[in-house]
Write a new protein. Sequence first.
Length: 255
Amino acid sequence: MNKYDIVIVSHEKDFNNIKFIVEYAEKNLIFDSIHLILSERKEYGDLEHIKTLTKKSIYQHKETDVLKVDKDRIKYRPNWIYQMFLKMFQNVTKNDHFLVIESDCIILNKLDFFEGDKTIFHLCRDQNNEPYFNFSKKVMGVGREYNHSFIAEFIMYDKKIIKDMILKSGCDTFDDFLELIYKHTDSNCYPADYELYGNFCFKYYPDKVIMKKSNFNFFGRNSKQAPFWTDSEINNLINTNKDKDVISFHTWGEN
């Protein structure tokens, strides 16, 4: 069996969601540990509580301890891009495989992420955003290799493949790769972590991946309407979507 850890990267607006993510991960997933990489703009106060929701170890990390980036040199949506790279390029987990679960996503039922030596990509909504592929083509010659978007609410990464991705972009280290971000990112050319990794895997490791359509439901609202989802709202989403494997509930407008 492939061992993996869970990584949750969270903006402070989503701190209230984390306890639900952990509770349902414990019910439905087989993992070694959970690592929280959290915004430093607000103190997270639920760590001791969520430790009671799982038998596995939970670790909390500061963003800047995990990855140092000069946001002033990222010319388009620097906070958003930084969050992506915290997920993809973290190295606080022990295992090569790590499951990123977005901080506004709950996995409601049991899901498999491996079939033999193959990794399963659970696909959600299809989309085709040209700037994502402008970046991936420019940096590593990878376009929209698969005929469906890899953007989802969770993804299983392999550190060995991420290292190969950096090498195939002509870089030796993440710091080298970061220079490409600084150089090429603008409003018409910017990365999307799941698209970058998924299409890279499909191009260079097609015999190591399987695509499956997710049974999911998606909700969202502007943060001006309400800045975060309350316990009662989240419980209502869970109770009314028990036939789904995954739900996500976004808020937009926060930086």
